[in-house]
Design a protein around this ligand. Structure first.
Ligand SMILES: Nc1nc2c(ncn2[C@@H]2O[C@H](COP(=O)(O)OP(=O)(O)OP(=O)(O)O)[C@@H](O)[C@H]2O)c(=O)[nH]1
Length: 799
């Protein structure tokens, strides 16, 4: 027989298509099978040379898909109707179709497969050779031989005894093809295909016994050796022997009908060689196994058939690699699907900022589960591919877990920072806290919390991929910023508290000193102020120590404090020198001097008192106070206030010199005038009080009245009518007193009396005080005129 179609004209193997191309073709363009298998046998390649799609489900039905390497494949080929199916059925308990005894025509078409009864063996019944039914087309024979060789561990070559020694009859042509193809398949890659040996079991049927089996075996071996020698081997394989690739075994079976019992016994003996692993003759030796895991057999066989069909180079290691790629991808995808489902469950919580408890453990669990699953199923395949795909899978797993890890770190970062702030604020609420201690402890706990959480979230040992140090650095930086901010806030709060205290402390003394209006008033005020400020500054510095404030911060805070203290003093002074308040002070000062004498007794002005002199003196003394109040000017220069050179957070520079002035000149003038007016009113009042005392009725006037009224009194006494009237009045008075009506009557009488007295006084005053009245009126007029003149001068400026 000629070289197989798989070989190109120059004898070399054609180029292998890329693995991806091939896998794609297989996955997308699988032929649809019309070969529906029965429950226990399946036509894997039909008449139209199409590979079935049912093999995988069938393997599942046969419970072989998960067998791993724990299964074997045996195939038979030989001439048509040589009892192949019969033999297989007997050996493996299968139910391949057997030819009806009377018809003698081909029964097995294509390739059928059965599972050996009670054994993990896949048995393939291959369409018989000879090509009688297919005419001269021996293409299928070659392809099926190639397919069987690539997948089976044991190849049974079935032949009649009388075929031994015949070239065609004994399928020697086909064997030549098998050997050639075998070289192509396994020859070159000896390293990879160290296990790729195949057992060729020759079963000689209808052995009569006249020629001993040994002789038949010798003939066949010699024939095979001859064929092997005649092969045109590639240069590098010239010295390879048939035994390097094949183990040969021979057995003979007697005539099935003529020696039925013997036939049956020998078949059982042969069956034992397929079943009994302990036997020396055990045929399914591990060395023959093609190392295709059971779950990959369907894909592998389909791939091989595809290659054989398209006459492409059948490079088994490549096929195995291809299979490994496909299966590893499938297994990896299965593991990934489950893993993704698990990872998805925690994606949302992490995304919304939750710190997921035990996330690291979960992630490690999912990852290990996926890898274990992958390792369990994929490690049986081509190691190179398995490892490569494992690396890919690992990368995919990690790339899914990485965002969760990073998210968890970010959430931990946030949570730790929030806890840090809360702890500090809680700490600052406690009595007598030490800021540095509070911050230091909170910082320690914050970092510890983060590190603990981060370590838990680490998925693998690879420090570069699962690094949390950088995030910790970021956290530290932020903690520093927060602590700084808190310290600044605390410092501010402290400055505010001290400022409030200063206000409280200076309030009373300043009031007191401003009320006294002594020449050293400002000295006293400034002394108090400076002492209070000095105390406040030292209390700030004492507290600031625990805040770890820098020198610059302390300087800034002290400047602010000094500035604010000054503003507080100024505010207090302003409050005490507001128009009405200062006028009140001046009035009080003036009154003290004008209305009271040296002993503090209120003065009653007499006409000869020197009202004008006293008024002028008191007024001048009071007016002298205005310049005193106008400017903060302590006599002792050491008490002068030294303002801070620079105040932070202040846009415009504060003018201390200007702040020393309390009243501007205009203001001082205004106050002067307003005071003058008030003082003048006191003067007028004083003057009036002397007029009132002059207007008293002289006592001799009452004597005059008695003398002038004497006649009228006598007339009442001596006139009966008047006298009677008098008696009636007296009697009435008596009755009134007796009846207790004296009170109301006296009240009425008092009122009437007062009215009469008032009338009388008025009349008398009008009579005696006209000249003095005229004098007072002229003074009042003069004052009014003076006022109106000053009003006219001041009119452009508002009061
Ligand atoms: N003489 C003889 N006949 C047998 C033997 N075993 C089976 N047969 C008969 O040979 C005929 C063919 O048997 P099959 O088992 O169908 O042969 P086959 O090789 O599978 O046939 P195809 O599938 O058509 O190639 C049947 O009629 C069997 O009864 C045997 O050992 N000796």
């Amino acid at each position: 027989m000629s070289a197989p179609d798989a070989l190109s004209s120059n004898g070399s193997l054609p180029q292998v298509p890329s693995l991806q191309e091939h896998a794609k073709a297989l996955v997308n363009g699988r032929p649809t099978s019309t070969n529906a298998g029965t429950s226990d046998r399946l036509q894997i390649i039909n008449d139209a040379k199409e590979f079935t799609q049912e093999l995988n489900p069938q393997l599942e039905t046969w419970a072989l898909r998960d067998a791993g390497f724990d299964y074997d494949i045996v195939a038979v080929f030989g001439s048509q109707s040589t009892g192949k199916s019969t033999l297989l059925n007997r050996l493996f308990g299968t139910n391949f179709d057997v030819m009806d005894e009377t018809q003698r025509q081909q029964t097995t078409k294509g390739i059928w497969m059965c599972r050996g009864k009670g054994m993990n063996v896949l048995v393939m019944d291959v369409e018989g050779t000879d090509g009688r039914e297919r005419g001269e087309d021996q293409d299928f024979e070659r392809k099926s031989a190639l397919f069987s060789l690539a997948s089976s561990e044991v190849l049974i070559i079935n032949l009649w005894e009388h075929q031994v020694g015949l070239y065609q009859g004994a399928n020697m042509g086909l064997l030549k093809t098998v050997f050639e193809v075998n070289l192509g398949l396994f020859g070159k890659k000896t390293q990879d295909s160290v296990n790729q040996r195949t057992m060729l079991l020759f079963v000689i049927r209808d052995h009569i016994g006249t020629t001993p089996l040994a002789n038949l075996q010798a003939t066949l071996t010699a024939d095979l050796q001859r064929i092997w020698d005649s092969l045109s081997k590639p240069a590098e394989l010239q010295d390879r022997q048939l035994a390097d690739y094949f183990d040969l075994a021979f057995t003979a079976l007697p005539h099935k009908i003529l020696a039925a019992d013997k036939f049956e016994a020998d078949v059982q003996a042969l069956r034992k060689r397929f079943v009994d692993k302990s036997s020396d003759n055990y045929l399914f030796k591990p060395a023959y196994h093609k190392r295709i895991p059971a779950d990959g057999v369907a894909f592998y066989m389909e791939g091989i058939w595809e290659q054989v069909q398209t006459n492409k180079d059948l490079d088994l290691p490549t096929q195995q690699e291809l299979l490994a790629q496909f299966r590893c991808d499938e297994i990896s995808a299965g593991a990934l699907a489950e893993f993704n489902e698990q990872a998805k469950s925690q994606k949302r919580p992490v995304e919304v900022g939750k710190v997921v408890e035990g996330l690291g453990e979960m992630m490690r669990g999912w990852r290990n589960q996926a890898l274990t699953r992958y390792d369990r199923d994929a490690s049986r395949y081509h190691q190179g591919v398995y490892k490569r795909k494992r690396t890919d899978l690992l990368a995919t797993l990690d790339s899914t877990l990485s965002p969760l890890f990073v998210g968890q770190l970010k959430n931990l970062h946030k949570a730790s920072l929030v806890a840090f702030k809360k702890e500090i604020l809680d700490g600052l609420r406690s009595e007598g806290y030490n800021f540095a201690d509070v911050v230091g402890q909170a910082r320690g706990r914050c970092e510890a919390r983060f590190v603990e959480g981060a370590k838990e979230a680490v998925v693998a040992d690879d420090e570069a991929a699962w690094n949390w140090e950088e995030e910790l650095e970021l956290l530290r930086e932020e903690v520093r910023l927060v602590a700084d901010q808190l310290r600044k806030d605390e410092t501010k709060k402290m400055v505010n508290t001290i400022e409030r205290n200063i206000k409280k402390q200076i309030s009373e003394p300043v009031d007191l000193h401003l009320n006294k209006a002594a020449p050293d008033m400002w000295d006293s005020i400034m002394r108090t102020f400076k002492e209070t400020l000095a105390k406040s500054e030292s209390s700030y510095l004492a507290k600031a120590k625990s805040f770890d404030c820098t020198d610059e911060e302390n300087t800034a805070a002290l400047s602010t404090l000094r500035h604010r203290a000054w503003l507080a003093l100024r505010a207090k002074i302003d409050e005490q020198t507001a128009d009405t308040v200062i006028l009140g002070k001046l009035r009080a000062y003036f009154e003290e001097r004008f209305r009271y004498d040296e002993a503090g007794v209120p003065r009653v002005w007499k006409p000869d008192d020197d009202i004008d002199g006293a008024f002028k003196k008191a007024k001048d003394q009071t007016l002298d106070l205005i310049p005193l109040y106008s400017k903060i000017a302590p006599k002792d220069s050491s008490l002068e206030y030294s303002p801070p050179s620079e105040v932070p957070d202040q846009e415009e520079e504060y003018d201390y010199a200007a702040s020393l002035v309390i009243f501007s000149e205009t203001k001082a003038l205004d106050i002067t005038n307003r005071f003058r007016r008030e003082a003048d009113a006191y003067y007028v009042e004083a003057k009036r009080s002397t007029v009132s005392s002059i207007a008293q009725i002289p006592y001799w006037m009452y004597g005059v009245l008695v003398i002038l009224g004497w006649n009228e009194a006598m007339m009442v006494l001596f006139n009966p009518l008047y006298f009677t009237t008098l008696l009636v009045l007296l009697a009435s008075s008596y009755a009134i007193i007796q009846l207790n009506l004296a009170g109301p009557l006296l009240h009425v009488a008092g009122t009437v009396g007062r009215e009469v007295k008032r009338q009388a006084e008025t009349r008398l005053r009008e009579h005696f005080s006209e000249p003095l009245q005229a004098q007072a009126a002229s003074v009042q007029r003069a004052l009014d005129e003076e006022d109106s003149r000053q009003d006219t001068r001041r009119s452009p400026e508002p009061l």
